[in-house]
Design a protein around this ligand. Sequence first.
Ligand code: FAD
Ligand code: DLZ
Ligand code: SF4
Length: 508
Amino acid sequence: MVRLILVLGDQLTPSVAALKAADKASDRVVMAEVADEAGYVPHHPKKIALIFAAMRKFAAALREDGWTVDYSRLDDDDNAGSIPGELLRRADQHGASEVITTRPGEWRLIDALEELPLDLTMLEDDRFIASHKAFDDWAEGRKALRMEYFYREMRRKTGLLMDGDEPDGGQWNYDHENRKPASDDLFAPEPVRVEPDETVQEVLALVADRFGDNFGRLEPFAFATDRQGAQKVLRHFIKNALPCFGDYQDAMLAGNRFLYHSLISAYLNIGLLDPLEVCKRVEKAYRDGDAPLNAAEGFIRQILGWREFMRGIYFREGRDYPRRNRLNHQRGLPPLYWGAETKMNCLRHAIAQTRDEAYAHHIQRLMITGNFALIAGINPAEVHEWYLSVYIDAFEWVEAPNTVGMSQFADGGIVGSKPYVSSGNYIDRMSDYCSDCAYSVKAKTGDKACPFNLLYWAFLIRHRERFEGNPRMAQMYRTWERMDEKRRATVLDEAEAFLERMSRGETV
Ligand code: FAD
Ligand code: DLZ
Ligand code: SF4
């Protein structure tokens, strides 16, 4: 009896579990571009284009390799519009009742598949370095889950950057070397730009027609859309940017959107690159003397540590995780996040870059857009939807723990032990945004006062009861107490007035 093998748009790996379990001679692979997946949030047009183009190429490669593939294009007349709908249609077409799938990266789709009136086998997605069981075994019984300890365990298990039982160089973490601010005379490499071929051009026309009104610029489109292209991006990164990755990991420059970042997250997340293989290639660069230890360790920690940790948290915490709101923040996301004018130069740059590239690097996401949303008290569900929509690499299993957990502290401290909040000082130290801003980062009150300066204190005072006892935050409260009483009142009044102006729709 023929079985249907479902391959989703972020499962584009020839060895993905469902394909490994399938019989090339008798089973049919089902792949479908569907309105539901393209529309559950208003995805950036570049993200839809990447996924559709990569899906089409992956399907073609499978056929070449001898598989029978039922591929549905978004504009096919009989397209059922959803993944379950397409499976039912194909089951009916071929008289199939059995479906094999790799577990999707989102509860929404897992639940929808489980409701299908078909005989469904859902296999664990083993394209990760830690299995669900390995993560849960590590997490079980711990009072707090801290990435750093999980990461050390992963280093020991994989042997990456290990010297026997000890970490290479004697330390687990070289972050203290990795906080150099950037200056605009840095010579950062240009990213690889892949020219759109015929398949990509066809997809770009479809996306322009159907999703042209979504936030985000579709063209120029220069992403790789197959494994070969993704490998080229990885090679380029290792050769040209990895050596400085550590030093300038947290830096931000108005004139350079990518600095020394790898730009591979989307390829990892849709299956064009394998995380362990990427880590091994970076380790080799270090062993060959082509990259310093602080760079290799810092980079490997992002993938072996953070990426795996976030996935573990998402599935361990369960379906309600993306809707958590422990700080009870209720303000609506201001239109400036969707490109409306703002006088705050840091936000203007981070959001314009997001619109143009579907990309911002980690510190822009965490300390500019994320930090502002947190100190302004924006509803985390709206922040979550924004991040899930606008970035090329956004899939809920990794986006939600980063947004709801790390960036908005809406999980109450599962991902991080304290909220990532800062005043304008931090942004000024790590970027060149402030020198060209309508506000003054040095001004703490008054018309010109940097809004981050005002909102930072207002946030800390609003949540004083929760955070005052946190040893990592005590210093902040002591600084507040040392401030003149009149000044403290002015700061809080001006913060409130700023938020009211923003909520009224004034340009702030
Ligand atoms: P690099 O800086 O070159 O890092 C290398 C790789 O490490 C990345 O490709 C990524 O796979 C991994 N990585 C780094 N940081 C993290 C992290 N915190 N969590 C998981 N993996 C990490 N990453 C996503 O892949 N998808 C998302 O939807 C996403 N949403 C985010 C939302 C917020 C609010 C924040 C603060 C971070 C988010 N991140 C997300 C993490 C991180 O910002 C991106 O992975 C990174 O910016 C991608 O760019 P890069 O490939 O150039 O990364
Ligand atoms: C993100 C996405 C988009 C935009 N479109 C499709 C699609 O048409 N077909 C498909 O199979 N997958 C798509 N995806 C990826 C899915 O949304 C993703 O598999 C789930 O969110 C689980 O991670
Ligand atoms: Fe951002 Fe404040 Fe600096 Fe302006 S002064 S760029 S608002 S941190």
